[in-house]
Write a protein that binds this ligand. Structure first.
Ligand code: 1CP
Length: 343
């Protein structure tokens, strides 16, 4: 059976625009919050194939998206490398920060797949549970974004610790990125082998890096991952999401050679259609906050995006993830709007 989302990524778009939403499984859904309560910790939740499979399927049942994204987190990779990762309610992620060569030397790829193996189990269960026309997306964080957490020991506004290590101790910083390239490529390959049709690489914090650093920290590691994954799985499309890359977006698309690019809310549609769509399928880019208010304003903007990108390959999505206060009925209206649109 045809998977419209997968076909669109391969450059064969149909009459309908396929869609999925970042953070489509998550706190805006009451049924997610119910299951979340039953897990002792967030990491535990990510490593529980029963629960992770169930919450991945919840939004598909409600809204019939064309894509289901594996429920896990980008911080599974540092956890798998042996870094301590935990989530504190109201504070987001915490990690035992990597600041020195000594702390880096405690990390290793040995044992990685055993530690994260339950994620692969979730992928293979999803493969069996999903309707045949639904594309299964695996994912990982990009090395730069994951490194910001590993080095800071938490989420941060300006990623000061990572930037300062990148400038002040490029050798150690380079070792961290190299290890992340290897781990991430293997992690994505295993997800594909377990049944993922597509993989997405999230570079949520790629904004406002100097040009040369964007090349070194964002483009080069992503390109290396794309090459490694393609060497084993040449048929599997890869989507990159260099969030807020701004004027670097086109170079990212050309140089990493991803099959699809996820657009943040700030990317103008005319620019995307002219400059990016000839190079890759685009995905995006409704403002998630517009789904909080909903109504005509949301529908009008969704239609503007559908019209603006209809000449090329387009997967409808948000410009970033749903926020927890999103009313589920607005997601229903948005989904109907996309389904009723014809290219
Ligand atoms: O308690 C909860 O329920 C916590 C909320 C939550 C959820 C639902 C976190 C903690 N992670 C997730 C799941 C998740 N994370 C998915 C699952 C699939 C889906 O999208 O439905 C995915 C793809 C991610 C990826 C992720 N985690 C990113 C990249 C995408 C993005 O949103 O920019 C990032 C940056 C993270 C780190 C993270 N995990 C969780 C939080 C609160 C954060 C961000 C912290 C910060 O702002 O620094």
């Amino acid at each position: 059976m045809v998977k419209p989302l997968l076909e669109t990524l391969k450059g064969n778009p149909g009459n309908k625009v396929p869609f999925w939403f970042m953070r489509q499984a998550g706190r805006y859904l009451p049924e997610y919050r119910e299951i979340r309560k039953t897990a002792p910790s967030f990491m535990d939740f990510c490593y529980n194939p029963d629960k992770a499979t169930e919450v991945t399927l919840q939004p598909i049942r409600r809204y019939g998206m064309d894509g289901a994204i594996l429920f896990a987190d980008i911080l599974v990779v540092p956890d798998g490398l042996g870094q301590k990762v935990w989530f504190e309610a109201g504070h987001g992620p915490k990690l035992d920060a990597v600041k020195t060569l000594d702390s880096f030397n405690k990390l290793s790829l040995n044992g990685f797949h055993q530690r994260v193996g339950n994620v692969y189990e979730t992928v293979s269960r999803l493969r069996k549970a999903l309707p045949e026309n639904v594309t299964l997306l695996g994912f990982a964080g990009a090395p730069w974004t994951v490194a910001t957490y590993m080095i800071e020991g938490a989420g941060s506004k300006d990623h000061a610790a990572a930037r300062q290590m990148g400038y002040g101790n490029p050798e150690l910083f380079g070792k961290i990125l190299d290890m992340l390239v290897d781990a991430t490529a293997e992690y994505l390959c295993k997800q594909i082998e377990a049944g993922a049709d597509v993989v997405q690489i999230f570079d949520s914090w790629s904004a406002a890096l100097p040009e040369t650093m964007f090349e070194k920290w964002v483009i080069e590691p992503t390109k290396a991952i794309v090459e490694k994954v393609r060497a084993k799985h040449s048929e599997t499309p890869i989507i990159g999401f260099p969030r807020l890359a701004g004027a670097m977006l086109k170079r990212y698309t050309e140089e990493t050679d991803v099959n699809g690019v996820s657009l943040d809310t700030g990317v103008p549609l005319g620019y995307a259609a002219r400059e990016i769509q000839p190079l890759a399928c685009v995905q995006g880019n409704l403002d998630p906050h517009l789904v909080v208010s909903g109504g005509d304003a949301m529908v009008k903007e969704a239609l503007r995006i559908l019209e603006g990108l209809k000449a090329g390959s387009h997967i409808f999505n948000l410009g970033h993830g749903f926020v927890p206060e999103t009313p589920p009925e607005n997601v229903a209206l948005l989904s109907e709007t996309i389904k009723n649109f014809n290219r």
